[in-house]
Write a protein that binds this ligand. Structure first.
Ligand code: SF4
Ligand code: SF4
Length: 95
């Protein structure tokens, strides 16, 4: 069981008390994962492979990253079997 205040669970290979996982470092991300809900089959691979465990299930049966902590590494997009995750430049979200 994780003692981390931010995450409900951790993978068998990760440490939820590690400083990288506990620190809000999402602000230096250059790209963010965007999930296409229509393509998502809710397999959970993105959550399993995310090294910092920030892909979480949402109420509308989809997986979404916690952008306060997502580092933008792109592993989730690489591993998604349905190609449902696209890495989009942060510049696209600046208003
Ligand atoms: S890996 Fe892709 S298809 Fe599977 S839950 Fe994540 S976004 Fe959905
Ligand atoms: S981009 Fe990396 S850190 Fe962000 S949700 Fe995907 S696997 Fe996790």
């Amino acid at each position: 069981m994780s003692s981390n205040q931010y995450f409900n669970h951790e993978g068998p290979w990760s440490d939820a008390t590690d400083s990288l996982m506990c620190t809000d470092t999402g602000d230096w991300r250059s790209k963010r994962p965007v999930v296409d809900k229509e393509k998502c089959i809710f397999c959970g691979f993105c959550a399993i492979y995310c090294p910092i465990q920030v892909m979480e299930m949402t109420a509308d049966s989809c997986f979404q990253p916690d952008l306060d902590f997502c580092k933008g590494c792109g592993i989730c997009a690489k591993e998604c079997p349905k190609g449902a995750i696209t890495m989009v430049s942060e510049g696209e979200f600046v208003s």
